[in-house]
Design a protein around this ligand. Structure first.
Ligand SMILES: Nc1ncnc2c1ncn2[C@H]1C[C@H](O)[C@@H](COP(=O)(O)OP(=O)(O)OP(=O)(O)O)O1
Ligand SMILES: Nc1nc2c(ncn2[C@@H]2O[C@H](COP(=O)(O)OP(=O)(O)O)[C@@H](O)[C@H]2O)c(=O)[nH]1
Length: 230
């Protein structure tokens, strides 16, 4: 019998959540659930939550907690049969509390990357909006300059990745994220699930995350086997 595995990945914009989530999904077969993708899907489908979310994103704001949880928690309910990794949620204390009431997490990965590194990376981040594919002109450039590898469509730089918007955005992240980190340190139900990784390079963080997840997943599965034989 194998037990399901549930993880979240947190970190400021540019910390490598998307990049590392892809590697985790690929290596461990977890479903990668991205809050940003859910928001974009809802905006495209013009759902009630999507229409509301758009008004905030247009102003460069986070989507309010009640809209975000309304949008996300039903999606998690559809995932009860799968192991998943949630990227981009929770971002606020209220979201962490809502998630904590809805499910038991096994691991919360926290990426702690120096500010200068984040600024440098985001200035070079280009995305393919329809698919969400992310490139970096130095770290993982597209095969053809300015074009998506799969479709050949043009890449764009997001408005809020431009240097002028960056510093305020990163500062705001820090203020909002601190209570979330404290929540995972202090809350009884979540004790021992938080793991922080600090480095300037994804390729140096990745082996440590990979080892952590291998250990956690095999522990959970052997606990489940023991439980089923007793
Ligand atoms: N948990 C959340 N709470 C509130 N708003 C959210 C949340 N997740 C996503 N959003 C909204 C605000 C974001 O600007 C928008 C797109 O999200 P996302 O793709 O994660 O991009 P982002 O530019 O904010 O983050 P990043 O740079 O870390 O990838 O959706
Ligand atoms: N130079 C460099 N760029 C990286 C590294 N890891 C990720 N990136 C790039 O940095 C940008 C931000 O990464 P992303 O995964 O989108 O971070 P997120 O905002 O936390 O989801 C993207 O353009 C990535 O390709 C790294 O170790 N070095």
């Amino acid at each position: 019998m194998s037990k399901l595995f549930r993880a979240v990945i947190m970190g400021p914009p540019g910390s490598g959540k998307g990049t590392i989530s892809e590697r985790i999904a690929h290596s461990f077969g977890l479903k990668h659930l991205s809050s940003g993708d859910f928001v974009r899907e809802n905006i495209a489908a013009k759902t009630e939550a999507g229409v509301l979310a758009k008004t905030y994103i247009k102003k460069g704001l986070l989507v309010p907690d009640h809209v975000m949880t309304r949008l996300l928690l039903p999606r998690l309910e559809e995932m009860t049969k799968y192991s998943w990794l949630l990227d981009g949620f929770p971002r606020t204390l209220a979201q962490a509390e809502a998630l904590n009431s809805a499910c038991d997490l096994d691991v919360a990965i926290n990426l702690n990357i120096p500010l200068e590194t984040l600024k440098e990376r985001l200035q070079h981040r280009w995305i393919h909006p329809p698919s969400g594919r992310v490139y970096n002109m130095c770290f993982n450039p597209p095969h053809v300059q300015g074009k998506d590898d799969i479709t050949g469509e043009p890449l764009i730089q997001q408005e809020d990745d431009r240097p002028e918007a960056l510093v305020a955005r990163l500062r705001h992240y820090k203020d909002v994220a601190k209570p979330v980190i404290d929540f995972y340190k202090m809350t009884e139900k979540a004790k021992g699930i938080l793991y922080t990784f600090s480095d300037t390079e994804t390729d140096r963080i990745w082996p440590n995350i990979s080892t952590l997840l291998s250990t956690k997943i095999s522990t959970i599965q052997s606990d489940a086997r023991c439980a089923s034989t007793h």
